[in-house]
Design a protein around this ligand. Structure first.
Ligand code: ADP
Ligand code: MG
Length: 728
């Protein structure tokens, strides 16, 4: 095994650089492989084009005859780009993407053949998807699920396949994917936000949530990654002693990007351009071999699809460069983990960012309305928001010793805090003309100025306002953004509906002017949502104590956090907004707790195998070498041998000590696994894996890592942290 380690190191040191054919101008190739408006204009009739646009903008249905025309145009376009196959591309509840390729090719009888792709094939497909998780909704023997075209996300070509973004639903109507509830939440927030935006501008007829994600990842040489069974099977290292040098010097962050990595990034970005993913920034992150990629923000549904697609493309391009991408939230202990900040805002069809302060008091009242409503929504549903980002891998960030914490709070900066404090002081009821002038001049009117010199930035807050958007930072690097985006947009929809009904009531029943009514309601929200605002350092014991006083949830583990997904409050919310039914909600919960238990089970098995089959035998092997040495010294020096063999004898004992602890740890862990596996109830099983099995991981690891330090480097079988992290 140690030969594999040394072979891998050698291989990684001799990698030739891979040439990249980058387009001269990115703008020239942007969206070349996307069936976008330009392509549609060329390949489909005006009538078809109009109906696609109408479907995108107003959610109208595309009739079958038109679908036939569109599919024919799409096929011709795809074939002209070298595509031979098509697939319905969807996001099942496994969290990744799924595809099944069919050729355009059809035989016509009499030995003839042609390329065919009809409207029916565009609009609906029935994948044999009986083994996708469905949480018991779709029994394998019942009718199957089907995928249906989502025209709001354009088709694209990857490789030689035309990919058509679709939703995945059971024949009985329940959503079996991440996209369906997202689309429903986006529609809900569109309706609610449009109604509120009309207070300020009658011309607004649609509000689109926007999303700009920032993807963090590690890049490791493929041979080195392959030499580690834990990275291969669990996506993270389950053992490995810290490297003498880690990230303490901060010399990687924003440092110059190594050439081999830069070539990978250029290649990846080139692919992204062709696919219409508007990637813009790249840089080194804090930890060694950690990097980040971020696009220009887009409409949320498209941005979600683009991130899912990106994760797939990242892996494929990495292979060309003999790299392995690690998307796991915590691939290495002791250095920073990876997140995926979700920058979110609301944009109107009139081109206004509703979370951007403006130049007039009226614009700022609009800003404050959406700003305060967001804070209030997060306050009301903080626990649900936390549940949307829960996973076995993200548990290593949230609730572990790393920012952000498992407690959801909102950071807005000292300047906006001062504005909210002023608003909170307002008297109830109608405002006097003097009060209003004062407010408009000195509070509301000052916001843009204030933000310009707003220098406070907080790096540890899970949910921070950053000038013209909120940044949900607790999302994990492996996450499908659809989940947090569904929750965030749903709670915002609910909040805005509540806001509007309160404002309208004050106008109607109390005869208040519109802005008086708005101030009154906002003022109340500021008061009621105060506990969620936190400007301090977002983790550590002091904050945990303070948060407990504020009655904020602090769900540190996935099974605990997921409970909020099936609470009465959540079910009421989703049912009211038509986002998910109780059956769909419970099915999802079932799938997620089960996935959690399986992931911990896999990690436990992998750790047990490595520790027993690699680490302990290596310890024994080294011990035998020492024993031989001691024996030899005894032969030479007789009774006085201890003078020369003392150190070796201590080592022999230390090795035995660690081996005993590792062995016992594994035996006890296996016993706990057996007990957990017997539990019929999925949630109880998840808790057992979390509370009874997982704690052994650290214990076993500790002794394995100690052995790593004792044993001769020549025979250690597992590629070490310093080699994984510092070999370029
Ligand atoms: P950082 O958080 O590293 O300072 P930026 O502030 O430049 O980075 O932006 C990070 C991300 O936020 C980018 O992907 C950007 O496109 C996105 N973003 C900017 N404005 C908006 C917006 N109105 N809605 C959604 N995302 C946005
Ligand atoms: Mg950021």
């Amino acid at each position: 095994m140690s030969t594999l380690r040394f072979q891998a190191i050698k291989e990684s040191l001799n990698r030739p650089l891979v040439e990249v054919n980058e387009a001269e101008r990115r703008s020239a190739i942007f969206g070349d492989n996307v069936f976008n408006e330009a392509a549609m204009r060329q390949y489909i009739t005006k009538e078809s084009f109009k109906s696609v646009i109408d479907a995108v903008e107003n959610g109208s249905k595309i009739d079958r005859g038109v679908a036939d025309q569109i599919s024919t145009g799409m096929k011709e376009w795809a074939i002209s780009k070298g595509a031979t196959h098509y697939t319905h591309w969807f996001q099942p509840l496994t969290g990744s993407t799924a595809e099944k390729h069919d050729a355009f090719f059809e035989t016509t009888g009499g030995g003839g053949a042609l390329e065919k792709f009809g409207g029916g094939q565009l609009v609906q497909q029935e994948p044999d998807a009986s083994s996708f998780p469905n949480g018991g909704i779709r029994n394998t023997f019942e009718a199957r699920g089907y995928t249906a075209w989502d025209p709001t996300s354009p088709a694209f070509i990857y490789g030689t396949t035309l990919c058509i973004p679709t939703v995945f639903v059971a024949y009985t109507g329940e959503a079996l994917d991440n996209k369906t509830p997202l689309l429903r939440a986006l529609q809900a927030v569109d309706h609610a936000a449009t109604a509120v935006a009309k207070y300020f501008d009658k011309n607004v007829t649609k509000v689109n949530p926007t999303l700009g994600w920032e993807q963090e990842y590690f890049l490791i040489d493929k041979a080195l990654a392959k030499s580690r069974p834990d990275l291969n099977l669990a996506g993270r290292t389950l053992l490995g002693h810290a490297s003498a040098k880690g990230q303490q010097l901060d010399d990687h962050y924003f440092g110059s990007i190594p050439t081999r990595v830069l070539n990978y990034m250029r290649d990846l970005e080139n692919e992204c351009m062709l696919l219409g993913i508007p990637v813009k920034t790249r840089h080194n992150e804090v930890a060694p071999n950690q990097f980040e990629l971020a696009p220009i923000f887009e409409e949320a549904n498209l941005a979600v699809d683009h991130n899912s697609l990106l994760m797939d493309v990242m892996n494929k391009v990495a292979d060309r460069h003999s790299f392995k991408v690690l998307l796991h939230e915590k691939p290495f202990a002791g250095i920073n983990g990876s997140g995926k900040h979700n920058n979110w805002s609301l944009a109107t069809n009139t081109g206004v960012n509703l979370l951007s302060p403006g130049s007039t008091p009226m614009k700022n009242l609009q800003f404050l309305t959406f700003f305060i409503n967001t804070i209030s929504a997060v306050n009301e549903y903080e626990e649900l928001l936390r549940s949307a980002i829960a996973s076995a891998s993200n548990d290593h960030r949230l609730g572990a010793n790393e920012a952000p914490p498992a407690i959801i709070s909102v950071f807005i900066g000292s300047q906006l805090t001062a504005v909210l404090d002023e608003l909170e002081k307002l008297k109830n009821g109608k405002l006097s003309p003097e009060d209003k002038t004062e407010l408009k001049l000195n509070v509301v009117g000052k916001i843009p100025e204030i933000l310009l010199d707003n220098t406070d930035r907080n790096r540890t807050s899970p949910f921070a306002f950053t000038g013209n958007k909120f940044e949900f930072r607790a999302v994990g690097s492996t996450a499908n953004c659809a989940k947090p985006m569904t929750v965030l947009n749903a709670i915002m929809a609910k909040q805005l509906i509540d806001f509007k009904s309160k404002v309208d009531a004050l106008i109607k029943d109390k005869g208040m002017k519109k802005d008086d009514a708005i101030f009154n309601v906002l003022k109340q929200y500021i008061k009621d949502s105060k506990r969620i605002r936190f400007e301090g350092d977002g983790y550590g014991e002091a904050w945990e104590k303070e948060a407990a006083k504020r009655k904020l949830s602090n769900n540190k583990t996935t099974p605990q956090a997921l409970k909020a997904q099936v609470s009465k409050k959540t079910i009421a919310l989703y049912e009211e907004l038509g986002i998910m039914s109780k059956v769909e909600i419970e099915a999802r919960h079932e799938i997620e707790v089960e996935e959690y238990a399986m992931r911990i089970q896999i990690e436990g098995r992998v750790l047990g195998d490595i520790a027993r089959n690699h680490v302990i035998p290596t310890g024994i092997h080294y011990q035998n070498i020492l024993i031989e040495n001691v024996q030899g010294l005894k032969d030479i020096y007789g009774k006085g041998f201890k003078k020369y063999a003392g150190e070796q004898m201590e080592l022999i004992e230390a090795i035995s000590g660690h081996i005993a602890k590792i062995n016992k740890g594994i035996t006890d862990m296996i016993n706990e696994r057996k007990k957990a596996n017997k539990l019929e109830d999925t949630e109880k099983r998840a808790f057992a894996y979390c509370d009874k099995v997982k704690p052994y991981f650290d214990e076993i690891r500790y002794h394995c890592d100690k052995l790593e330090l004792l044993v001769d480097d020549e025979i250690w079988p597992l590629t070490k942290y310093r080699e994984l992290l510092f070999t370029h």
